[in-house]
Every structure is written in C-alpha cells, then in structure tokens.
Design a protein around this ligand. Sequence first.
Ligand code: NDP
Length: 448
Amino acid sequence: MDILDTIKARDPNEKEFHQAVEEVIESVRPVLDRYPEFRKAAILERITEPERVVMFRVPWMDDQGQIHVNRGYRIGMNSAIGPYKGGLRFHPSVTLSILKFLAFEQVFKNALTTLAMGGGKGGSDFDPKGKSDNEVMRFCQAFMSELYRHIGPNTDVPAGDIGVGAREIGFLFGMYKKLKNEFTGVLTGKSLGWGGSLIRPEATGYGAIYFAAEMLATRNDTFKGKKCLVSGSGNVAQYAVEKIIQLGGKVLTMSDSSGYIFDEAGIDADKLAFVMRLKNVRRGRIKEYAEKYPQAVYTPVDSSLNYNPLWDHAADCAFPCATQNEIDEKDAINLANNGAMLACEGANMPCTPAAIDIFMDKKVLYAPGKASNAGGVAVSGLEMAQNSMRLAWTRKEVDNRLKTIMKSIHSTCLEAAADFGQDGNYMAGANIAGFVKVVNAMLDQGLV
Ligand code: NDP
C-alpha cells in the first residue's frame, strides 16, 4: 500500500494532516529516487508518525464559578536535529489533526532556519475570545499544570501561535516556574523584562516580508508602490503590514474571523497603530476600523460564497496571515486574474493544494509558509540562545540575524529546487531541503 493510503487508513479523519503530508511526499519523491537508502530505512513511515502525542484534560473555572473542561495537546513530532520546538494554539477549531499538520510542517521549517530545533506543536480547543484576563490566567495555569511534565529547555520549548500571545505566555511561564521551581528558557515569546528577545513579536511578519522582498528581487523588483492584500490582524499580520509600509508598499486590507476591511487609501503607520491598540489592548473587532476611518469598507464574512472577497481586489501581492486553507482555488484565480504576481504565506498552510496549482500555472511567485514564515521560530531559536547565555542582543543585532536567516532560507529553497530540476519552485525547494537535513540526522542516530 502507498504510504499516503496507509496514513489515511490509519487516521481517516485527519484531513489537514493528510494535506500537509501529501504536499511533502509529492515534493520529495525525486529525493527518494536519488537516495534509495532513505526508502530502505522506511523514512517516510517514520517521519510521518509523531515521536509522541500527549493529550490531557484541562479543567478550569470561569468568573461565575462554573467549571469547564477543555482538551490539551502537545505533539513531539521529530527531535532529530534538536529539542521539540513549535507554538501552542488556543482556538475552538483545534483538533489532533490540525496540531499534527502544524507539527509536521514545523519539522521542515525549523530545519530550514539552520538552528538546532526539532518540530513540535500543541494547544487546546479553548477560546480566549470574550474571556476575562482572570479566566485566561486560570485556563493557562490549568493547562500548564499538566504540560510542565512533558517540556523543558532541552526537551521541548513551546511558543505562541493563534490565541497565544504575550499575555498567555506570561501566565504559562509563571505556572511552569512555580511547579518546577526553576527559571529557565522553557517558553519563547516571553516579555522583554524576563527573558524575551527583541524582535520576537515582529519576527514572523517581518521575516515573511524579507522573504517576499528576496522573491521580488529575483524579478529585479521591490516593494515600492506594490499594492498588497493582507489577511488577519493578529501578530503575524500586524508586523507584515508594518514592514510592507516601511519598504514602500501599500496595504489595502486586513481581516479577522468576522470580516475584512478594504482601505483604498492604504493602511498607513497611524492606522496600523490603531489596529494594534484595537487588537492587542482592547481586544476589539476589525469592523471598528471602518467606524474610525469611514472611507474604508467593512465586509462581513459570508459563508454562502465559494470565495473570499478579500482576495478579489486588484493588487500585486497577497499575504495570507490568518489561518489554514484561507485561499482556495477560486481565490487564487481571482488573485491571478486581478494581476497578482506574488503570494507569500505568513500563516501556516493558508493556500489549498488547488490554489497552489493555480499559482504555479499562472506563474505567480508562491512561497510556502514553512519557508516564508520561519522567521518567528528562527528568532525563538535566538531567544533560546540568549537565554542560555543569559544576555540580550540589541534590536539591530536580532533584526540583522533575522534578515540573514530569511535570505539564507530563500537561497536554500531555490538551490534545492534547482538541484532536483524544479527551478523557481519554492515549495519543492523548501520541502526537499528541510527533508534531507532531518532525514540525514535520523539516519545518523539509528533506529530510535
Ligand atoms: P493571532 O491569534 O495573533 O491572529 C490570528 C488572526 O487570524 C486573527 O486576526 C484572527 O481573527 C484570524 N483568524 C484566526 N482563525 C481564523 C479563522 N478560522 N478564520 C478567519 N480568520 C481567522 O495568530 P498569529 O498571527 O500568531 O498566527 C496567524 C497564522 O500565522 C497562523 O496560521 C499561525 O500558525 C501562523 N504562524 C504564527 C507564528 C507566530 O510567530 N505567531 C509563526 C509562524 C506561523 P480573530 O481575532 O477573529 O480570531
């Protein structure tokens, strides 16, 4: 039986995981043909099975005294090149399948950063939206009261993801420290005053834009005057927008799970500052942008449509920075027909396989998240390094390292793609380069 059929038969409901695995397997077929020893070592069978999965009950009490039970997870996908590393996601849509796909992607992404980090992911179906700070704290403490047994600075170092930002990392760290009686770099994304790294909040968004700038440079082009569509208004989207503005581009859209705003005049630095306050401090909805800036148009999500109108505006570049599978075939067609030349993933797996096919077909430059959004985990790796050395680098130093890493990931993707006859195919290049590095480490370490 083909490996994919085996995986599907074993866990038939894990469609997001199947999607992520299928993409990698398709890309690495020529690698397996060139290195038959990989097949002999059953490498695909091993690399697609998590080294471990922990699932646990998270009971917590709301402000009214009512008890709730959520489900917590942590997946250690692969530790061949370093301790497990990857974010925690708190969102009602979280399932084992979503976390397995994210953990699987993380393995190759982390390998591309050149830092010594294995791949992991975790989270809960808890929804922080609409909860008080006290409720979020009680949830984080309950979550960590089980997770602490399974993580550690040399074992598994979680970070943030959707629904887990600086506030949640603070509560999680506080509980870990209390339970373990030690102050170690067990989480990244910490606040600056107690072990965080400068540029970590900015890293994923900035990194994606540095990567896109490298892509544009292959066509002798820059961000100057480029019209950009961005989805999301969380951590990744905010700093992607900031960097696009700094590089002279014009951002027309931002969104949340309720709808999106279109601002023909462009979202400038002042308007972005409003969005940051709205989302990070007041925890409001993007709709309020159009109330504050009436020239902008707000469009609520319409689930009866088979496309997302956010992607149906004339623009040069698209940056999906919200969640998985947010650009489907029809959206990709709309983007290409409206003149888009570049689609660069800030989120993880935001483009469906059908959308990616359209981009390839229409010669739209396409960057997969495991390459283009690797800046976040790269700076998490730098945060770990600073924690180990007990010192803090300057903003400029971290930003320069981030730029160098994104540049190197970009060239690694192109070189690996060219080596296997797929010139310019960033997806193939990212999958192949990440895969080869991890597999070689696995082979060196024997059958474990
Ligand atoms: P945040 O929670 O800060 O923001 C997420 C944004 O996406 C919010 O605007 C949210 O809207 C929106 N969103 C979430 N779920 C959905 C959905 N189902 N449909 C539509 N919109 C949705 O998360 P991040 O910015 O950290 O993460 C965004 C993406 O980037 C994720 O795919 C994540 O895995 C990926 N990523 C993040 C990294 C990081 O360093 N943070 C690193 C690498 C990748 P709402 O407020 O309504 O929920």
